[in-house]
Design a protein around this ligand. Structure first.
Ligand SMILES: Cc1cc2nc3c(=O)[nH]c(=O)nc-3n(C[C@H](O)[C@H](O)[C@H](O)COP(=O)(O)O)c2cc1C
Length: 325
């Protein structure tokens, strides 16, 4: 896949995830080999109003490259203006969010609601791509509902907008995150004649085997992993090893997972301070230690303990007690 500064064969993306793909987590994913990353989504409305918290969300660091900043919104002019602001922080690309299913976003016509107004979606894509010099990409879903799956048409219409990559989470908005992603749609998408955009597939990839299967079966250019990386940033190492060398690595041992979780915790505390840093680890802990037998009591402690010291002690306890798992 070649666009802008990026030239990577079969890239594996870290998905943008609000409150998850922050700088500390991105550091771990990068270390384990995520090829391309995208920030959490950033509100175009808030950007043009100069809201500091929003501006902070588009902070990127040099070692994170290639990285894109994602924006969302419902208004054409605001999206174009916001894209110009994003360009000033010099990401490798700008990603337009036309896929978010969250109620407070779609009720204003943004995110996946854009699939209900494809004329506006295409116009925003085209005019943003024209307004900035860096590449522009799109992330979306397959349609609003089962009865209005229009992604093939949307992809066709995006061909002449200057958009470089279209990432598709193979669910409808109505599905939110339930049911299974319908990957069969990629057969229709990649069969579109004279495709000029790269196609990245997304939805339910949680193992090296499922990653390779998606590339081979659906002829897509890249894949994106979201929830499969939460509390499992090593998935990028294992996927890369498998799709590029055919070698299936084992899941890390509990001791290794503890070491990775500690590194993550320390990064969080360094970035956010102790209180927030510890709090934001909780979503990740659940996955780091998923499936450990008789873990309930320790899990509750880990998910309620507010101090760094207690967190470290609990992690040491996990390594000691479950170290042979
Ligand atoms: C907690 C959470 C936050 C998310 N935030 C965003 C976001 O800010 N922008 C976006 O495009 N998608 C967002 N998504 C969707 C993911 O990028 C991805 O499309 C979805 O999780 C499906 O991929 P997966 O099955 O690999 O998780 C979010 C998903 C989750 C679970």
């Amino acid at each position: 896949m070649k666009f802008g500064s990026i030239d990577i064969d079969r890239p594996v993306y870290l998905a943008p995830m609000e409150d998850v793909t922050d700088i500390p987590f991105r550091k771990l994913c990068k270390k384990f080999g995520a090829d391309i990353m995208i920030t959490e989504f950033v509100s175009s409305d808030a950007l043009i109003r100069n809201v500091q918290k929003t501006i902070d969300k588009m902070k990127i660091l040099d070692y994170e490259r290639p990285i894109g900043v994602q924006i969302y919104g419902h208004d054409h002019d605001t999206m174009v203006e916001a894209a110009k602001i994003v360009e000033t922080v010099k990401p490798d690309f700008i990603d337009l969010n036309f896929g978010c299913p969250v109620k407070k976003i779609v009720k204003r016509g943004a995110g996946s609601a854009m699939l209900k107004t494809p004329d506006l979606l295409v116009k925003i894509a085209k005019d943003v791509a024209k307004a900035v010099k860096i590449p522009v990409t799109v992330k979306t879903r397959i349609g609003w509902s089962e009865n209005s799956i229009n992604i093939v048409d949307v992809v066709k219409r995006l061909q002449d907008t200057g958009i470089k990559v279209i990432t598709i989470h193979a669910r409808t908005r109505e599905q939110m995150y339930s049911g299974k992603a319908d990957w069969s749609i990629f057969e229709k998408i990649t069969a579109i004649p004279n495709l000029k955009t790269y196609i990245v597939g997304n939805g339910d990839i949680t193992s090296p085997e499922s990653a390779l299967e998606k590339f081979e079966k659906y002829k897509i250019d890249g894949i994106m992993i979201g929830r499969g990386a939460i509390g499992a940033p090593w998935i990028f190492r294992n996927v890369a090893k498998y799709i590029r060398e055919g070698i299936l690595l084992q899941e890390p041992s509990v001791k290794e997972k503890v070491a990775i979780a500690k590194e993550h915790l320390n990064e969080n505390v360094k970035f956010y301070g102790e209180r927030v840093g510890v709090l934001l680890m909780r979503r990740h802990y659940v996955n780091y230690f998923k499936g450990l037998p008789n873990f309930r009591e320790t899990k509750i402690k880990l998910l309620t303990s507010p101090s760094l010291e207690e967190n470290i002690n609990l992690l040491d306890f996990i390594a000691e007690k479950w170290g042979n798992n």
